[in-house]
Design a protein around this ligand. Structure first.
Ligand code: SF4
Length: 704
C-alpha cells in the first residue's frame, strides 16, 4: 500500500506531453486518491483514463531493491565505485567516445541536466542521446532549420483560439487525450471551428473532423508542398512582407512545385484537396498540430518544414490562434531538449557550432574537457556498440530492446557490449536481462524535480511516497558517480533545487560573439530558494520579463524576430523522395499507441482498469484484405519480414486503408511472450534528425 508522506500533494502526470497537473491526497489508511488539478493551466482539473487510474499503479511489485553487479546485490557505495572505475578505465584505454549514455524523456529535467553535464562537460564526449530521438527529433530539426532554435512557437491557447485546426499525423484523441477533450469542448462552444484530420486511418479524432484526408502513407510532404504552391498561385503570399522576416521562399516554392504532379497519387480526390487548401487560405487563424505520423518517417524533418513553410508563407505564425504545433509524446521530452540531451546539441539550446557560447559554457561548468562534436544518435549509437566502438553504455529509465527498431540488432549490440549499466525503477524488463550492473532508481511519486510539457510549460513533479527500499533519485546516482570519477567539485548537489537553479543560470549566459540569440532563457529563476522551488507554479518560457515575451496570447517571436543570426526565419526547400513500390504480397505496417496503455507498460500495465481494456496486441486490417486472406475477426495471423515474426490476433476494421495494417507498440516478450512490433521495423532513419521511420515497415501476412 502506498504510504503518503503528506496529506495533499500537487504534482504532474507521468505519462504524456500534455503535462496535466494532478492532486494526490489520502483516501483512507490504505489508499490514495488522485484527481486533476483545477489550477493547472494544461488540464484545468480534467484527467484522461490513464491519469485517473494512476493510483492503481503505485504498488511496489517488480521494484528493484538494491544495486546489483553481475547478479549479486551490492551496496550503493560498491556499485558506484565499480561503475566509476570501469568508466575511467574505458576512457583511459579506449578513449572518451567509447562511453555512451542512452537516456529518457521519463527523466526529470534535473536528472537530464546532470547526465548531459557529466557526458558532454566532463567525460568530454557528445555520446548522450535520448529515447525522445524516437518521437520528436524530426520536429526539433525542423524548428532549428526554420527558426534558428528548437522552439515550439505555439501553445494550447493557440489551439483553442484557432478558426481551423489541422491534425496532421497526430492521433490527439488517444495520444494527448485531455488536449483533445479541450478541443472538443471548444468545437461544441464554437461549431464554426473547423477541424481537419490528415491520417491514413480513421482515428478517434475523425469524430470531430469537418474534413478527413485519408492520405496514403508519406503523402504529407506532397500535400503541404501542394498547399505552398496553391498559396503562391492563388495570390495568398505577400512577398514583400514575407521577405522582411524570412529568406529562402523562392527556392522552397521551386522545390514544392516539383511535387505538384504527385498530388494525384496520395489517395485524395481533387475535391478533398481543394477543400483543404480553401480551409487553410480562407481562415485567418490556423494551427497545424503535428506528431509521430509526420516525425517518424524517412523524411520526417522535411515534412515538418513543409508544414512550417506554409505557415511562414501565409503569415499564420506568431499570432494568437496560429502556427505549427509539434506535440511531444513523453512527459519530459521538452525538458531533455532544454538541457541539450540530444546528441547533436551541446547544452541549454547551445549548439556545437557556436564556439563563443561553447567557451562560455566551459567557463560556466568549470571544465577544460567540453565535448567539441556531436555524439551518436540513438540508432547509430547501438550500431556503434554492435561494431565494438562503444564499450560501456549506461541506459537510464528506458527499455530500448522494446522501443528501438530491429530489436534483434539491439539485443546483439547489448550482448556484445563489455559493460552495460541500467538504472531503472523496475526489477525486470526486456533490457535489464542484458545489464551487468543494475541501479535502483526512484519512480513517479518518489522523485522530485521539474518537467516541461508540449507548450513549454515547466511544472513540478513532487514526491508523495517514501522511496522504495534503496531506490535513489537519478540526479543523485549520476552525481555520486561523477564524484567518484573525479569531478566532486562540479557535482556537489544537495537537492534537485540546486540543479534547477544552475540550469536556470546556464540558460542566461551569453557572449557578444555568439552566433545567435537564444529564446530559451529561464535565468530569472537562478536565485530560487528551496521554499520557492517547493512552491513553484507551472510557468511557460520565455518568461514575461524576457526580451521575447510569451504570454498565452502573444508570440514567442517578438516583432517577428527569429533566432538565426540575421533574425530571419528560413523557408526550407523540400521535395518528396521516391519510395519503392509495394510488392503484391506486402503490406505497410504502421505502429503507434493505444489510448489506454503507455509505452512498454511498466507502469500502465499495473492498472487492472487499463489492462482489462486491451489484454493483448491486435493487428488492424481492412475487410477486403481479410477476405482475400480468408481470415476472420479474432483469427491469429503470422506477421513477418526479413527481421522477425510475430503471431497476433486480427481486428478487421474499415478504419484501415487497404494494404495497410496497424499494430500498437506496448507489448513485448516480457508482457506478451511474442516480442515487440519494433522487431519488424527496419532501422531506417531520417537523414537529418536520425529519427526512425516507425510508420512504414513492410510485412507479409500468413493465416495460421
Ligand atoms: Fe496524463 Fe496525458 Fe492523460 Fe493528461 S492527457 S492525464 S498528461 S496521460
Amino acid at each position: 500500500n502506498p504510504q503518503l508522506n503528506k496529506e495533499k500533494v500537487k504534482t504532474t502526470c507521468p505519462y504524456c506531453g500534455v503535462g496535466c497537473g494532478v492532486v494526490v491526497s489520502k483516501k483512507d489508511q490504505a489508499h490514495v486518491d488522485i484527481q486533476g488539478d483545477k489550477q493547472h493551466p494544461a488540464n484545468l482539473g480534467s484527467l484522461c483514463i490513464k491519469g485517473k487510474n494512476l493510483a492503481e499503479t503505485l504498488d511496489n511489485n517488480n521494484r528493484l531493491k538494491t544495486p546489483v553487479i553481475n547478479g549479486e546485490p551490492q551496496s550503493w557505495s560498491r556499485a558506484l565505485d565499480y561503475v566509476a572505475s570501469k568508466f575511467n578505465q574505458t576512457i583511459e584505454q579506449e578513449g572518451k567516445d567509447a562511453i555512451a549514455f542512452y537516456v529518457s524523456g521519463q527523466l526529470l529535467t534535473e536528472d537530464y541536466y546532470v547526465a548531459n553535464k557529466l557526458m558532454k562537460g566532463f567525460i568530454g564526449s557528445g555520446n548522450i542521446d535520448t529515447n525522445s530521438r524516437l518521437c520528436m527529433s524530426s520536429a526539433v530539426a525542423a524548428h532549428k532549420r526554420a527558426f534558428g532554435e528548437d522552439i515550439v512557437p505555439t501553445s494550447y491557447a493557440d489551439l483553442l483560439n484557432a478558426e481551423v485546426v489541422i491534425l496532421a499525423g497526430s492521433n490527439l484523441a488517444w495520444c494527448h487525450p485531455i488536449l483533445f477533450r479541450r478541443l472538443r469542448e471548444e468545437k461544441q462552444r464554437r461549431p464554426e471551428l473547423k477541424i481537419i484530420v490528415i491520417d491514413p486511418r480513421v482515428t478517434a479524432c475523425v469524430e470531430l473532423a469537418d474534413l478527413h484526408l485519408k492520405i496514403k502513407p508519406q503523402g504529407d510532404l506532397i500535400l503541404f508542398n501542394g498547399l505552398l504552391t496553391y498559396l503562391t498561385e492563388q495570390g495568398y503570399i505577400d512577398f514583400e512582407q514575407v521577405s522582411h522576416t524570412t529568406s529562402g521562399l523562392i527556392e522552397a516554392l521551386a522545390s514544392a512545385k516539383l511535387d505538384n504532379e504527385k498530388l494525384a497519387d496520395i489517395g485524395l480526390s481533387q475535391q478533398q484537396l481543394q477543400a483543404f487548401f480553401q480551409y487553410f487560405t480562407q481562415h485567418d487563424k490556423v494551427v497545424t498540430v503535428f506528431s509521430q505520423g509526420i516525425n517518424q518517417a524517412s523524411q520526417g524533418s522535411d515534412q515538418g518544414n513543409a508544414i512550417i513553410n506554409c505557415h511562414l508563407a501565409s503569415n499564420k505564425i506568431g499570432r494568437l490562434g496560429c502556427g505549427p504545433f509539434s506535440m511531444t509524446g513523453q512527459p519530459n521530452a521538452m525538458g531533455g531538449r532544454e538541457v541539450g540531451a540530444l546528441a547533436n546539441t551541446l547544452a541549454s539550446h547551445i549548439e556545437f557550432d557556436d564556439n563563443a557560447m561553447a567557451a562560455e559554457l566551459a567557463k560556466f561548468w568549470q571544465t577544460e574537457n567540453l565535448a567539441t562534436e556531436a555524439g551518436l544518435k540513438a540508432v547509430e549509437l547501438f550500431e556503434a556498440i554492435e561494431q565494438g566502438k562503444v564499450k560501456a553504455l549506461w541506459i537510464m529509465a528506458t527499455n530500448p530492446v522494446v522501443s528501438l527498431p530491429d530489436h534483434h540488432k539491439v539485443k546483439q549490440a547489448l550482448k556484445k557490449c563489455p559493460l552495460v549499466v541500467v538504472s531503472d525503477c523496475v526489477a525486470s524488463n526486456d533490457t535489464l536481462e542484458f545489464a551487468d550492473v543494475i541501479l535502483p532508481a526512484q519512480t513517479w511519486g518518489e522523485k522530485s524535480g521539474t518537467v516541461t510539457n508540449s507548450e513549454r510549460r515547466i511544472s513540478r513533479q513532487r514526491p508523495f511516497l517514501q522511496p522504495f527500499a534503496q531506490a535513489k533519485a537519478d540526479w543523485w546516482i549520476i552525481s555520486e558517480l561523477a564524484k567518484r570519477m573525479g569531478f566532486a567539485k562540479q557535482f556537489n548537489y544537495q537537492s534537485a533545487k540546486d540543479i534547477f537553479v544552475e540550469h536556470a543560470a546556464l540558460s542566461g549566459i551569453s557572449s557578444s560573439k555568439a552566433t545567435r540569440a537564444r529564446a530559451f532563457n529561464i535565468s530569472a529563476y537562478q536565485n530560487l530558494t528551496e521554499q520557492q522551488y517547493q512552491q513553484w507554479l507551472p510557468m511557460q518560457w520565455p518568461q514575461a520579463n524576457a526580451k521575447q515575451i510569451r504570454l498565452s496570447d502573444q508570440s514567442i517571436f517578438s516583432q517577428q524576430h527569429y533566432f538565426h543570426q540575421d533574425g530571419k526565419a528560413r523557408f526550407i526547400a523540400v521535395q518528396a523522395e521516391a519510395t519503392d513500390a509495394l510488392l503484391d504480397d506486402e503490406f505497410i505496417l504502421n505502429t503507434g499507441r493505444n489510448r489506454d496503455q503507455w509505452h512498454t507498460q511498466t507502469r500502465s500495465g499495473k492498472s487492472a482498469t487499463l489492462t482489462n481494456r486491451h489484454a493483448e496486441p491486435e493487428l488492424s486490417i481492412h475487410p477486403n484484405d481479410a477476405k482475400a486472406l480468408q481470415i476472420h475477426q479474432g483469427s491469429i495471423i503470422l506477421v513477418e519480414n526479413s527481421l522477425g515474426k510475430l503471431l497476433v490476433r486480427v481486428k478487421i476494421t474499415a478504419q484501415q486503408r487497404a494494404k495497410e495494417v496497424f499494430m500498437p507498440i506496448h507489448w513485448s516478450y516480457s508482457n506478451n511472450n511474442q516480442g515487440s512490433v519494433s522487431q519488424l521495423v527496419v532501422a531506417k532513419v531520417d537523414r537529418i534528425s536520425g529519427q526512425p521511420a516507425f510508420k512504414h515497415a513492410r510485412v507479409k501476412l500468413t493465416p495460421v
